[in-house]
Design a protein around this ligand. Structure first.
Ligand code: NAP
Length: 202
């Protein structure tokens, strides 16, 4: 049996905080692997405003090469419909019945989980590992986790991580303005974005 973390994301683009979250979950929960799974049609985002999946997935593939336990997964990209996490985890459980799944998410997602498609299905198939972002306290995250598990069952664990003030939207804005983002990205991702002038306007 393997303990597999699923790091789902729009990854537009993937950045150092995504890798740090996965590493925190991997180390603190003794996971065997973390699968980085870019969303094809994220349920909560307007697809026309999300960058092409080829670019997002290529950058994820470059980033995961930095650690041997990190694995790129096209599991959601291969599906045409909106990729609800509940459906993804249901399919994974069927396909990998011997393995244990952990879904890794950030604190904003934890606060929104009640609005997601069938949280009770998500919590029946995976332990949720909620990594802090620094905008609310760990105690507040624990409180939210308790409210959710009282309502839906399952397990949610809060994973502390050093605050990293990085977001994909901040990176896109800086790149569009011609600003440098070297300290926010894995080296290989930074080099690709610079060489191919990605996320530039016009
Ligand atoms: P994203 O923007 O690429 O981010 C991926 C994760 O990284 C998020 O949980 C985000 O936390 C976290 N993160 C980013 N920067 C961080 C930082 N500096 N410190 C700590 N955490 C940081 O991906 P996303 O668009 O939020 O999607 C995440 C996953 O949730 C995807 O698999 C998506 O399909 C799934 N989802 C499912 C549903 C549904 O099934 N109905 C609805 C929404 C999302 P934050 O949560 O704090 O932003």
């Amino acid at each position: 049996m393997s303990k597999i973390g699923i790091m789902g994301g729009t990854f537009d683009p993937i950045h150092l905080a995504h890798l740090a979250m996965a590493r925190s979950a991997l180390c603190q929960k003794n996971l065997d692997q973390v699968w980085f799974m870019p969303s094809k049609h994220p349920p909560h985002k307007d697809s026309s405003r999300v960058s092409d999946e080829k670019l997002r997935s290529l950058l994820v593939q470059l980033a995961v090469k930095e650690e041997k336990e990190f694995v790129y997964s096209d599991y959601e990209l291969k599906r045409e419909e909106i990729t609800y996490t509940a459906k993804t985890l249901t399919m994974l459980r069927k396909e990998y019945p011997a393995d244990e799944f952990f879904f890794i998410l950030g604190e904003d997602s934890l606060a929104q989980l009640d609005q997601w498609y069938h949280p009770e299905i998500i919590l029946s198939h995976a332990v949720i590992l909620a990594v802090n972002r620094g905008n609310i306290s760990l105690e507040e995250m624990e409180r939210q986790a308790g409210t959710l598990t009282d309502k839906y069952g399952g397990t949610i664990e809060v994973i502390p991580m050093k605050r990293l003030d990085i977001s994909s939207s901040m990176i896109r804005k800086k790149l569009a303005a011609g600003e440098d983002v070297k300290d926010m990205l894995p080296k290989s991702v930074y080099e690709y974005i610079c060489t191919h002038q990605c996320y530039r306007v016009g």
